[in-house]
Design a protein around this ligand. Structure first.
Ligand code: GDP
Ligand code: GDP
Length: 455
């Protein structure tokens, strides 16, 4: 294993600060030759590309750091994504869509001297579907005489066509003022990361694994928080429980407390209830019966958590019944059946005796923190850059796919998009996921990577 070689180059602060500011992304879209690259050059001035120029890795600069009035943002230039597709309206729109997908706002560039073309209209349709804020740029308005051309672009339906000359700089300051206004600011950006109300937890697991016992144990010992709305006799579907001085919301507990015995199809209803609980939860505690062999049903329930994209904690219950022999077998079963969730925190508990139940909250907090982690774009790309430089993708049929840029497109759970010059082997994708986990952690959270292949 040569892992250390790669990791040595990085600082030790593997857990990124949740309050790191992520510059918003602006996608510059438009058909070829309207002046996108010229405008991008004007916006970024002499600033550095986000992607370091690691030889053979990230030559094609399509993402740039920019700033206006003290507000940093990242510019995604889609110009480079259009090789060989000139004249094909649908394809141009398709290429632009890739950038729009990850953008917070869009600069839609139209050549005012040419007017509206079929390709522009294809882009309009795509932009409408995207629901992203669009600032319309009427480019090549080099002087007063082209102002009337700009006005004709009202017809696109994106409001005021900002008259600009990317080439000479005319009107670009006003354009950037408007653009900055449409971007999410730092406060709004970190707002989502501030805890709002109690965290929502689902207790899931097959029948008789001990869900109700655990809930009783948690709610019984800690002070149950009473909903004292006068005279209400509602069914509490969710239970608020104070643990370690913090209130947690256990969702869909009615089904756990009031066992509905169904003669037939109970498996089906149990799985529906699990699904509903996961839908409403942020983190799932999957209870497993440590004293019995892991079952297919256990694995299925874990799969449901992954599919729902929720944070995960594995709780091995009934530990009071586990002897040395069983512990040994269980370890083997975990290696065999739960290897794909080796990243989830595991706690051994006894709901019946209350043993280790204090381990639950730290595990929940670890998983939730990972679930909400955002890796700043620059940090992510220097990580990918070093990784790929040390371990390039194998050459396939004379070609070597390269990774141009990576961005985290969302949190809860973390999702990443890799922009590449070709399809990455499944093995190489797994390698990247493993290294992402090794370096950034994500303990307790599923993560997802998708590829955007530049043709
Ligand atoms: P892209 O394909 O959309 O990236 O377009 P480019 O930035 O490569 O520009 C295409 C052509 O239009 C080049 O010849 C530019 O010099 C020219 N151009 C770009 N912006 C302007 C402008 O504001 N005014 C004029 N007159 N020409 C421009
Ligand atoms: P649920 O169907 O998942 O809600 O499971 P219950 O909480 O109703 O528990 C099913 C049975 O397992 C009950 O008889 C519990 O007393 C028992 N049980 C639950 N937790 C433990 C535990 O930690 N140790 C032991 N020995 N029994 C437990």
């Amino acid at each position: 294993e040569d892992d250390h070689e790669i990791l040595e180059g990085f600082e030790d602060d593997a857990q990124p600060d949740l309050h790191d500011f992520i510059p918003p992304v602006v996608a510059v879209v438009g058909r070829p030759n309207v002046g996108k690259s010229t405008l991008v050059n004007r916006i970024i001035g002499r600033r550095q590309a986000v992607v370091e120029d690691v030889p053979g890795v990230t030559r094609d600069r399509v993402f740039y750091e920019a700033e206006w009035n003290g507000q940093p943002f990242t510019v995604a230039d889609t110009g480079g994504w259009e090789y060989g597709v000139k004249g094909l309206a649908a394809k141009v729109a398709d290429q632009a869509e890739r950038a729009v997908e990850i953008a917070d706002a869009v600069l839609f560039v139209v050549d005012a001297t040419v007017g509206i073309t079929a390709t522009d209209e294809a882009i309009v349709a795509m932009l409408r579907r995207s629901n992203k804020p669009v600032v319309l740029v009427a480019n090549k308005v080099d002087g007063q005489s082209q102002e009337a051309d700009a006005a004709a672009l009202w017809g696109l339906g994106f409001g005021y066509p900002h008259p600009v000359s990317g080439l000479h700089g005319r009107g670009t300051a006003d354009l950037l003022d408007v653009l900055i206004d449409t971007l999410p600011d730092e406060a709004a950006n970190s707002e989502a990361l501030v805890a709002r109300g109690p965290r929502r937890v689902a207790l899931v697991g097959r029948p008789n694994v001990g869900k109700s016992s655990l809930l009783n144990s948690l709610a019984g010992n800690a002070r149950a928080v009473v909903d004292d709305t006068a005279g209400t006799t509602r069914d509490p579907v969710d239970e608020l429980v104070e643990l370690d001085g913090k209130v947690w919301e256990f969702v869909d507990t009615a089904g756990i407390r009031r066992r509905q015995h169904m003669a037939s199809g109970s498996d089906y209803y149990a799985s529906l209830r699990t699904r509903a609980a996961l839908e409403r939860a942020e983190v799932a505690v999957v209870l497993l019966e440590a004293s019995q062999r892991l079952s297919e049903q256990d694995v299925r329930i874990i799969q449901m958590v992954l599919e729902a994209g929720r944070a995960l904690v594995l709780a091995f219950n009934k530990w009071d019944l586990v002897d040395d022999d069983r512990r040994h077998d269980l370890e083997r079963e975990i290696d065999l059946d739960l290897q794909h969730v080796a990243w989830a925190p595991r706690i051994n508990i006894s709901a019946k005796t209350g043993w280790h139940k204090n381990r639950l909250v730290p595990a929940l907090e670890t998983s939730l923190a990972s679930w909400e982690t955002r890796i700043p774009t620059g940090k992510l790309n220097s990580f990918i850059g070093e990784l790929v430089a040390a371990h390039p993708h194998p050459v396939r049929g004379g070609k070597q796919p390269r990774i141009l840029f990576a961005t985290q497109s969302s949190t809860r759970p973390p999702k990443f998009i890799l922009f590449t010059t070709g399809f990455l082997d499944p093995g190489y994708r797994r390698f990247i996921i493993n290294r992402l986990r090794q370096y950034f952690g994500f303990e307790g959270s599923p993560i997802e990577i998708t590829m955007r292949v530049r043709e």
